[in-house]
Design a protein around this ligand. Structure first.
Ligand code: PEP
Ligand code: MG
Length: 558
């Protein structure tokens, strides 16, 4: 009897073998593409643990726990428990892993400087997961066994405690968390990889864009082969340190005049952001999504303010600091919602405060006009989020078109542009034929579409979903791979409806699913024009799109 087994090989070897075998005429290019997996492409783009070092760590029982594999790669560094320390040490060249209960927009600077991010709570579309993937940074999210204590600067798992400054390692491709150091190997892209990816592009029929908010990410995305930006989340521009005070001033303003004054301060920032992004991507299209998150996200947390007020009062410190904290708390209470994800966000914000949409539209068109004068042709695609009713879209569209006409007249320049919408609530998918009467393009926001169709919170459901997968109730996490029979059916309905009204309607996807190989194949099969994903997943999406064209689709519509 002969016993055989598959020869183990690294991702780099798989590509080299495939390319060499085509060179030796043993297989054709299409077979080479089918032989390589999406996981292998992904592995190539990120650092990995040295296999021997990882095996040793497992043998030494240093594997602490497992969370969600939120953003691939491997990282080793010293544990830190707040973003400021991560930024300080990371920017000084030290290797740190930022450990948080969960991350918020306030943590971005620390995430940026850390080698990896570990959170105790949150799912695959939580803040930590989405931002880390965008940065191409290793992240393990929702490691529920971890008790992270920011104040005591330590975390515990069972009987083990890891204190600030102690070494630890995380694998964002498997979700594993280790104590101590594990040697990593940097990503290296060989010449064969370039050859292979060129073949991939010759076969694929749908476009691949990137989700990017800043010129640095747009540049990376282009290097990885993106053909445009499918989602620029403009709120990420407001969260930056230099802009946050004006954003807070806008939210705290008592009246329209106060809001307009604060928005005027934000306008130059937005204009230069958009200019940078449009220029970096030209001549490819850039989809700019107008402000989406609830306003309270820009203010300090309610509990933090309460503690601050109590401390000031206990010390007998009144004065302006106390008055300011009380004023902010009152506004935070006013903005408080039981379900912020179902509340004042998306286009509802722009409808309540049209001056925000107006400022963003002005910034886009002023940037595009300036670029046109410099000889750079761009076609901004303005995208209105969370639309469920055509009336909501028309309200926002009217503002955008009015401002576009004003700016072009002032600047004596003409620029082309589109106004489209995200399809991210079921009603939008169901009434897509109606919405397409006004919207010039659709982009499926499948993070929210999954949340609103399944009724699972994208931020909190990690634990439930993990259990469902273990029980076999879910084959895969629906926030990672699209739920084809439920959310997918709505996507098909949206595409069919939209193209009944506009046969050539441009349609894409910009939820996190846009970088998942199975979902990319689904998107190609149902007739989307492009997928959009974080820059580091662009090669994976290009490869999956080629496999889809070659018939490797796993779309199983009933
Ligand atoms: C989405 O909902 O899929 C989306 C892309 O928007 P965001 O993740 O910013 O809500
Ligand atoms: Mg959304």
């Amino acid at each position: 009897m002969l016993r055989t087994r598959t020869g183990k090989r690294t991702a780099a070897a798989a590509i080299k073998i495939a390319v060499d075998m085509v060179g030796e005429k043993l297989i054709k290019k299409d077979e080479a593409i089918m032989r390589v997996t999406g996981e292998q492409i992904e592995q190539l783009l990120h650092p990995i643990f040295d296999p021997a070092a990882k095996a040793a760590a497992i043998k030494e029982k240093r594997l602490l726990t497992k969370g969600l594999s939120a953003s691939p790669g491997a990282a080793t560094g010293m544990a830190v428990f707040d973003a400021d320390t991560a930024a300080e040490k990371g920017n000084a060249g030290e290797a740190v892993i930022l450990v948080r209960p969960e991350t918020t927009p306030d943590d971005i600077h620390g995430m940026d400087a850390a080698r990896g991010i570990l959170t105790a709570r949150g799912g695959m579309t939580s803040h930590a997961a989405v931002v880390a993937r965008g940065m191409g940074k290793t992240c393990v999210a929702g490691a529920e066994d971890i008790k992270a204590d920011e104040h005591a600067k330590r975390f515990t798992v069972g009987g083990t405690t890891v204190k600030e400054g102690e070494w630890m390692s995380i694998d964002g491709s498997t979700g594993e968390v280790f104590t101590g150091r594990i040697a990593t190997k940097d990503a290296e892209l060989s010449g064969e990889f370039g050859t292979f990816m060129k073949w991939v592009d010759d076969f694929r029929t749908i476009g691949v864009r990137a989700n990017a908010d800043i010129p640095r990410d747009a540049k990376k995305a282009r290097e990885f082969g993106a053909e445009g930006i499918g989602l620029c989340r403009t709120e990420h521009m407001f969260f930056e340190e230099s802009r946050l005070p004006s954003m807070v001033e806008m939210i705290m303003a008592k009246d329209l005049d106060g809001r307009k004054k604060a928005l005027a301060k934000l306008l130059p920032f937005q204009r230069s952001d958009f200019k940078g992004l449009l220029k970096e991507m030209a001549p490819f299209p850039v989809t700019i999504r107008f402000l989406d998150p609830p306003l309270h996200e820009f203010l300090p947390k309610r509990e933090e303010l309460m503690v601050k007020i109590a401390r000031l009062e206990a010390k007998g410190q009144g004065g302006s600091e106390l008055a300011e904290a009380e004023r902010t708390l009152a506004r935070v209470q006013e903005l408080h919602e039981f379900n912020p994800m179902l509340g004042l966000r998306g286009c509802r914000l722009g409808i309540m405060y049209p001056e925000i949409t107006e400022m963003q539209a002005r910034a886009v068109f002023e940037a595009a006009c300036e670029l046109a004068k410099e000889g750079v042709k761009t076609v901004p695609e303005i995208m209105i989020p969370l639309v469920g009713f055509i009336g909501e879209f028309r309200h926002q569209e009217a503002i955008v078109r009015r401002v576009a006409a004003e700016v072009m007249k002032e600047r004596k320049t003409k620029v082309e542009y589109l106004v489209g919408t995200m399809i991210e609530v079921p009603r939008a998918a169901v009434t897509a034929a109606e919405i397409a009467k006004a919207a010039e393009f659709f982009s499926f926001g499948t993070n929210d579409l999954t949340q609103t169709t399944l009724g699972f919170s994208r931020d909190d459901a990690g634990k439930i979903i993990k259990n469902y997968v273990e029980l076999g109730l879910f084959e895969k996490d629906p926030f990672v791979t699209i739920d084809q029979d439920g959310v997918g059916a709505l996507v098909v309905q949206g595409i069919t409806g939209g193209r009944t009204t506009r046969p050539k309607l441009k349609i894409g996807i910009c939820g996190e699913h846009g970088g998942d190989p199975t979902t990319v194949k689904f998107c190609a099969r149902v007739g989307m024009n492009y997928v959009s994903c974080s820059p580091f997943r662009v090669p994976v999406a290009r490869h999956a799109a080629a496999q889809a064209a070659l018939g490797g689709s796993s779309y199983t519509s009933k």
